[in-house]
Design a protein around this ligand. Sequence first.
Ligand code: ADE
Length: 880
Amino acid sequence: LNMFLFLLLVLHSKANAQINPALCRYPLGMEDGRIKNDDITASSQWYDTTGPQYARLNREEGDGAWCPAGQLQPSDVQYLQLDLRQLTFLTVVATQGRYARSSGNEFARKYRLDYSRDAHRWLSWKNRYGNEIIMGNVNTYESVVKDLHPPIITRYLRLIPVTDAVHTVCMRIELFGCPWQDGLTAYSAPEGHTMMAPGYPITPLNDSTYDGVLERRRLLGGLGQLTDGVAGQDDFGRVQQYKPWPGYDYVGWRNDSLGPGYVEMEFQFDRRRNFTSMKVHSNNMFTRGVKVFSAVSCVFKAHLISKWDPEAVTFATVLDDRNPSARYVTVPLGRRSGTALRCRFSFADTWMMFSEISFQSGMAPLLLWLPAVAPHPLTTTAGYIYMVKIRKNLEPFTGPRDVSTVLSKTHPPEDGSTSILIGCLVTIILLLVVIIVLILWCQYVCKVLEKAPRRILEEEVTVRLSSSSDTIVLQTPPIPPRDPLDPPYERVFLLDPQYQDPAALGLKLPELSESAEASDCGGGYAEPDITQCTPHQGFQSSVPHYAETDIINLQGVTGSNMYAVPALTVDSLTRKDISAAEVPRQQLVFREKLGEGQFGEVHLCEATGLVEFLGEGAPLPEQDGRAVLVAVKQLRADATCNARNDFLKEIKIMSRLNDPNIIRLLCVCVRSDPLCMVTEYMENGDLNLFLSQREMESTHTHANNIPSVSMADLLHMAVQIASGMKYLASLNFVHRDLATRNCLLDRHLTIKISDFGMSRNLYSSDYYRIQGRAVLPIRWMAWESILLGKFTTASDVWAFGVTLWEIFTLCREQPYSLLTDEQVIENSGEFFRNQGRQIYLSSPPLCPSSLFDLMMCCWRRDIRDRPSFSTDQLESAAAT
Ligand code: ADE
């Protein structure tokens, strides 16, 4: 009966899509030897007896596992590489340590995966949330089975053990999946659009797992959500459990954003094929302006370098205005031959949305890859149990081989297998007869299957293997019952009136900043009198309360949000408050431009006679001869009145600060225009650029001439930033924009915190623009700053956590790079709601776990639960 059910499901899934990830879970042959030793290689091995050929799950050959040479350092990239010999849809990875009949001690606690379809372009696998790290083993003997979400379509795979501390690691593995018979190696399409309809959640319809590149608004050279085997729901906006955002399964385009009235897609295949049909899973929620395409026209080309054959296959869809269900549309391709297709899908309505595209090209029939393992889900009250029976007498699935080999291998099976094969064939024939009767039942089973893996796959599954039995029981932790009153998902919209008026939430807003918006600067530039600027009169009601604060603070000339002092008032801000000395302008000789922003520029200048001018004890940098290099921030002459005010306020605040880890103001020129502030010059520029041009120190780094940093350097940087922030916190200054881009390094790698409104052009994508006016560094902001405009030392602590994260990713990635700005804002709503749906930045691969724990403390929801800027805490986190 199990086999019957299994075949029925496979058949059903074949009728709908090329691959069903819930069923495509067959062992690919590490354990049983179908993957040959020659196809298992490694970057290194410790001894001959721990070579890559010993990386087979549950086998005890050689010294019991593959172990890379030497102890694994946190920065090492050692890998075990497998050639699967054909494109494979990989859904599951199982790992084990080195047991060696109980004498082994080594296992990989974490690992990551790199893959390549052609052995040239290697990509790193990431889960739906952008996490690369997969949690591995906890001892030497248990296998830990991990589902890959999204699955990987690849021929080559590298398993890269990851460690936080220096360890010896050894691994045994098995891979699970099935052949990628589509042969599709890449598709290209216009970038998906975001649906923003009043009264509905923002629905990003991008291809979030696409592994190619985005160039001029087109996705090129990769595969993604259209080939992940997951068909979208009828209601494209329905938020399902474990789906990061509404519309996740669909890639969608808006007719009027594209222009020509169609979406053009190109499909490339591994070799020339005769195409019988293309199946496009398409949404048809016409009530929201989404319809199946009205027609499609495809042209073919014989080879990747040849011309398109102008004779097109065209197909007109029968449009359906009554049934809003999503559906597979089968487009006959008339057995046309080619290595690539270009299809134009015509819009039938405002939107077109696809979740899957598969191709049928007369490939091997179903039975050719009957699995050795037939999984079938059983539910129990304790959660889900998968029972997997290994049928030793059945000729196993010939996974990573080409189709002709598969054919020849399955034809002459062993005796036991023959009868099973015949039995299966008979079953299929019977099935074909009864299939119509069973269609309803089949759909029901499909629904069950669709739900099961999703729930299981998100959990960690630990496998207990008893070597004496061929039965494996994989048990997931029980799923806690859902509170029926708890809505499945609820979003917070920034511009929702409820959140514009935080009083509606019963939460107290902070006092408005002291900043003022001037309607008139008055006066000439020679005597700028900032008190003439009239106080801000209020913004349009649609702008959230806090935005007002930030329009003033963050759009300030130089990001004067830096040291926002609650006690400061516009009236109190006059030039006499500025304690920095006025330097004669002619003493500053321009050398080069360091940065530029909306309201001014930062220049590197040579200052002559500064020692004499400021006095012997002045905190001047080391100098060669009489000239001192300084950074001069200069306000543009046409800057707005607000900008002038903010500039002067920044000067006033900076002139009060005196700490080794805060940029030092040396002198100013405010008697005449352009207004200037002179600060010490930091030779090594900003920390973001500095780290992004470096690699982690390892034994290989010096070979490629890329400068390196050590873990100790990174920790020292973190400690210095914490120390500067501790100083600011002690004065009750709130920075509001702490990030690596705002930390500067001098020639001794001392870090000084600063704030560079003027350099923002370089980092403009780090700021979110509200209604075209205020800019906010939302990816660094605590939830209460985003939603309530509340900036405190505790929100600086949050930003410090993000800055630590940047440091330990070597600034290679923007925080939450997979989320759009709108999704980042929605995520802060999840922090506010605190129902466990908030997304955290994941632990950077190089980051010690104690430090990541500290980051997580910085991102605690309740302000009181966040740590303070204590460097001791950081040092002790680093020490552990
Ligand atoms: N860019 C902006 N300010 C700077 C400074 N003080 N030193 C070096 N580069 C800078």
